[in-house]
Design a protein around this ligand. Structure first.
Ligand code: PMP
Length: 416
């Protein structure tokens, strides 16, 4: 269950101390202390991230990039400082390679549309994997349909691992881009993205990495990966909703046409001709999510302060504890048992419907997710309607896992 790319060994975090900074973790649900195990859907926010949002609105709310007045300059500086923070966090060679988006979905749609319009033609193909989130499937399907291109899929085995032996055959001359998730939100599988990138690059094919479930768990180094595009969401890394990041290699981003037109993305406009702005603004039409961008920078600072290696170590131990604890439940079977796994654990118990189990857990104050987790094709592969998914963050505890296990046992008794 450990990612091959683990850099430095981390030390265990003082979880109780860290939890104190998350107001929501101190609350109760139906009179029971909240046990929040739905972190793959979204993570909770530390007080400093919440404060950054209210601080912007109450102290320097103003539009960015085009104001000479004090407030606008202050907002612009804070907004752009976040870009520097993100660039350093993912080790981007250039700050202007960091494009602010609305989230992972938005980032993928930008590349699908811009890349597809420029480079895809009839008979070409895009290669994805069988364990992608809908947001890394549907935008590609849409552009393929538009351009007369095909979607090809790296198959998965019954453990939830990609069948890497199939890659060389799949990477034929029709493939114009590979788009693959780093970590599966449903199965927890950590894909060998570095190897996929290397093998695609041997054939000069660019790769987009969906890092929505990776950036908060694994040190993301875009240069080490040599990824062409990387996308992720602020809200899954302790930041706000409505903000995300698209990293792209400068050469690619310069090559691609803009996604949306509007203010900020232009150099000059006349009715005859518009010239586009330089990176990153070329891909950032309109007023951005300013409070959210600034708060994302605060979330990045927070992650840097705690240390991703320490988060990884702490979560790795809890993950192993959770898997062992869940194994004690009669009739429980894991959906996804890849060798390298992180964060998400999917399971089913006998023929109990995941929704029924989820509802009973909810009444005990335990938040898990049930259903297909926006990965219907992988549900079809396993021939199941959905799973129960517990997904952990560094602030979860062994006591919470014990409560989950006890809650499941109680639910099973009620439902059997
Ligand atoms: N990809 C993966 C692997 C995800 O887990 C998610 C969110 N569940 C997304 C993409 C989409 O992210 P967002 O909804 O924040 O755009």
């Amino acid at each position: 269950m450990r990612d091959n790319l683990t850099v430095a060994a981390g030390t265990l975090l003082d979880v109780q101390k860290l939890r104190a900074e998350f107001p929501i973790l101190q609350t109760t649900v139906y009179g029971k202390p909240l046990v929040y195990l739905d972190n793959a859907a979204t993570t909770q926010k530390p007080q400093r991230v919440i404060d950054a949002i209210t601080g912007y609105y109450s102290e320097y709310n103003s539009n960015v990039h085009r104001g000479v007045h004090y407030l606008s300059q202050k907002a612009t500086a804070a907004h752009e400082e976040s870009r520097h923070k993100v660039a350093a966090f993912i080790n981007a060679p250039h700050v202007h390679e960091v494009i602010f988006t609305r989230g992972t979905t938005d980032g993928i749609n930008i590349i699908a549309s811009s890349f597809g319009r420029k480079f895809l033609k009839e008979g070409d193909s895009i290669l994805i994997s069988a364990i992608e989130h809908h947001s890394n499937i549907v935008p590609w399907q849409m552009i393929c349909e538009d351009r007369g291109a095909n979607l090809k899929v790296i198959p998965v085995n019954n453990k939830g691992e990609l069948i890497m032996d199939s890659l060389d055959d799949l990477l034929d001359e029709t493939v114009k881009l590979v788009a693959v998730t780093y970590v599966s939100n449903t199965l927890g599988t950590v894909n060998p993205v570095k190897e996929i990138i290397e093998r695609a690059h041997q054939k000069s094919i660019p790769v987009l990495v969906d890092a929505a479930q990776a950036v908060q768990h694994i040190q993301l180094d875009v240069q080490e990966l040599d990824a062409d595009f990387v996308v992720f969401s602020g809200h899954k890394m302790y930041g706000p909703t409505g903000i995300g990041v698209l990293y792209g290699k400068e050469a690619w981003l310069n090559e691609l046409p803009p996604y949306q037109g509007g203010g900020d993305m232009i150099k000059s406009v006349s009715f005859k001709k518009t010239t586009y702005n330089e990176l990153p603004l070329k891909f950032e039409a309109g007023t951005p999510s300013i409070a959210e961008t600034i708060a994302l920078g605060v979330a990045v600072d927070y992650l840097q302060e705690i240390g991703i290696a320490n988060i990884q170590e702490t979560e790795h131990q809890l993950y192993a504890y959770a898997v062992d604890a869940l194994k004690t439940i009669d009739g429980l079977r894991f959906i996804g048992e890849a060798k390298n796994r992180a964060a998400s654990i999917s399971f089913l118990i006998n023929d109990i419907h995941p929704f029924d189990l989820g509802e009973i857990l909810d009444k005990q104050g335990i938040a898990v997710r049930t259903g297909h987790h926006c990965t219907e094709p992988i549900m079809q592969h396993f021939n199941i309607p959905g799973t129960v998914r517990a997904s952990i963050a560094f602030y979860n505890t062994q006591e919470e896992i014990d409560q989950l296990v006890a809650g499941i046992k109680r639910a099973v008794t009620m439902l059997s």
